[in-house]
Design a protein around this ligand. Sequence first.
Ligand code: FES
Length: 117
Amino acid sequence: MNAAVLAANRSGLVPTFVKIATTADIPRGGARAFAVGDREIAVFHVGDRFYAIDNVCPHQGGPLADGWVDGTVVTCPWHAWCFDVTTGEMTLGFSTVDTFEVQVDGSAIAVSLEPRT
Ligand code: FES
């Protein structure tokens, strides 16, 4: 990567995407966690779309990809905090998880390395 691209990435203007899976890896209604850089990102397949959030629950670190999914809401498997995977907002409103842009190109799924701001 050249210095200009690296500088743009650091400024947040051009997100860096990394391919993590294929669409077949995450069945509709399901989720899977992937190590991306120094983070663990949970990717959810909701309807015809894919959404990515931090896999680590902000309460005590539960694995959100292992939670129960109802529509766009995932319930943490450890103590049932619920998050909207489209926004990262906790349904009770006092916490959030980071969200990440997802790109689907054919069957390839890529996520941004940087969370949305
Ligand atoms: S660790 Fe997720 S609700 Fe407690």
